[in-house]
Design a protein around this ligand. Structure first.
Ligand code: SAM
Ligand code: SF4
Length: 461
């Protein structure tokens, strides 16, 4: 019987992608996937270090796994290896083994292609845990097997990793290392394989994805705008997205891609973090609130229906009531359709953690609540605006109810409607007739004239 692996992913979409690639490398070494950790021969936790809470979750999960590991040994005498991968592994290394000595493997985001070799080493040598958190000179992508399992209608593709921006609150430059872009040809080849395996939408990923500057086939560095134009040529690829972007790295070529490339969805996650220039400077974001507003104006000029999402941090050290009021003003002025907001969390080793003017917890909590209320009002208003509209929906799968399908609008709303299964993977026009708090419901729109019939048939058949 094949040995089994179970991977649990914490944190961002890049970790979701990395987990899929670790699964590929275990599969190519003969492991089969398991839906539960209980009977797995290796359990991998792919971890996140971005905020304290995220990092602490890993240790509570490890406590549960310790129990399962002991039970497995008692019931069938088998051995369950526990591996901690990802950013907590990178940041804490040996400390993990000190806190959880039953962990067998610790490996960082740049060394996970070595996972099968580390597993083999631990099983063969029986000389204790293996730790590999280098930033190796080799490119892990050259050492990973091709994707073995299809990702489905909507897929992730990492094009860039690491970050050189050093925002003063952020651990990413330390856990993921220096900014590195993959070559254009490798990305295009991976995108073609994804489309061949049934993916219709690709979200390009990077910690700072629009800093992308991969080597092009012409020997020059290509920016993200040019890469998007190239990917849009792939037959069968209906939708493109990218995340997460830094406002300073939105160049003209990328802004213009939003005007020229119909496959590029009119939804952009563009984190601003704060609306106060003083705080933006202390965060080392290297732009002002005015510059961010001007960028949004440019994007709206070229793509008037573009919907915006953002990240915010409240209670950054030194943030006053006036600074926070500036954030609320910016949110009011821009109008977001969705957003993530966090209380500042001091991270070891980052410059901001050494500040002396930390904002009290209660104040951070209150500000977060105020901001989230405002963002919720904006999100609800945007969702209500969809009532009665016809949205193009990429159908991703079956819904929970009998005969129901679910897909995503261009703005990432989940949309439920009735339809036959063979339409999964196609784009359909859906007329929205119900707005729920986190999703929309509708029905396949009746074509109103001959052109619509032709378009709908080509999209749906
Ligand atoms: N590269 C992206 C950018 O430039 O905005 C952000 C990537 S980070 C993985 C995701 C979000 O986590 C950030 O945008 C920020 O809002 C939040 N974050 C990062 N460090 C944080 C900290 N120390 N405390 C609270 N939130 C944090
Ligand atoms: Fe972190 Fe994003 Fe700043 Fe890079 S640009 S340091 S990933 S917040």
């Amino acid at each position: 019987m094949a040995k089994k692996y179970f991977i649990k992913t914490f944190g961002c979409q890049m970790n979701v992608y990395d987990s899929a690639r670790m699964a590929d490398s275990l599969a190519s070494s003969g492991y089969a996937s398991s839906d539960v950790p209980n009977n797995a021969d290796i359990v991998v936790l792919n971890t996140c270090h971005i905020r304290e809470k995220a990092a602490e979750k890993v240790y509570s999960e490890l406590g549960r796994l310790r129990q399962l590991k002991a039970e497995k040994r008692e019931t069938d005498g088998g051995r369950m290896l526990i591996a901690v991968a990802g950013c907590v592994a990178q940041a804490e290394g040996e400390e993990i083994l000190a806190r959880a000595p039953y962990v067998d493997i610790v490996l960082g985001p740049q060394t996970y292609h070595r996972l099968p070799a580390l597993v083999e080493q631990v099983l063969r040598d029986d000389s204790g845990p293996a730790i590999d958190i280098d930033f190796p000179a080799e490119d892990k992508f050259d050492h990973l097997p091709e994707e073995s399992a299809p990702q489905g209608v909507s897929a992730f593709l990492t094009i860039q990793e690491g970050c050189d921006r050093f925002c003063t609150f952020c651990v990413v430059p330390y856990t993921r290392g220096a900014e590195q872009s993959r070559p254009v040809e490798a990305i295009v080849a991976e995108a073609r394989r994804l489309v061949a395996s049934g993916s219709r939408e690709i979200t390009l990923l990077g910690q700072n994805v629009n800093a992308f500057h991969g080597l092009g086939p012409d020997g020059r560095d290509w920016g993200l705008g040019r890469l998007i134009r190239q990917l849009a040529e792939i037959d069968g690829l209906c939708r493109l997205r990218y995340t997460t972007s830094h406002p300073r790295d939105m160049d003209d070529e990328l802004v213009e891609a939003h005007r020229d490339v119909p496959q590029l969805m009119p939804f952009l996650h563009l984190p601003v973090q704060s609306g106060s220039d003083r705080i933006l400077a202390a965060m080392n974001r290297r732009h002002t609130a005015y510059e961010y507003r001007s960028l949004v104006d440019r994007l709206r000029q070229v793509r008037p229906d573009i919907a915006l999402s953002s990240d915010f941090i409240v209670g950054f050290p030194g943030e006053t009531n006036e600074d926070f009021a500036a954030t609320l003003r910016l949110v009011n002025d821009i109008g977001y359709v969705q957003a993530y907001s966090f209380k500042y969390s001091a991270r070891p080793g980052t410059p901001a953690s050494a500040a002396e003017d930390h904002v009290p917890e209660e104040m951070r909590r209150d500000r977060l609540e105020t901001l989230q209320q405002l963002l919720r009002v904006q999100q609800d208003a945007f969702n209500r605006e969809q009532m009665g509209k016809t949205l193009s929906v990429l159908i991703e799968g079956e819904g929970r109810e009998e005969g129901q399908l679910v897909g995503r609008s261009p703005f990432l709303h989940p949309v439920h409607f009735s339809g036959p299964k063979h339409r999964i993977g196609y784009v359909a026009d859906i007329r929205i007739d119900e707005v729920l708090s986190n999703s929309l419901r509708g029905a396949i729109a009746e074509p109103t004239d001959a052109t619509a019939v032709a378009t709908q048939q080509s999209a749906l058949v």
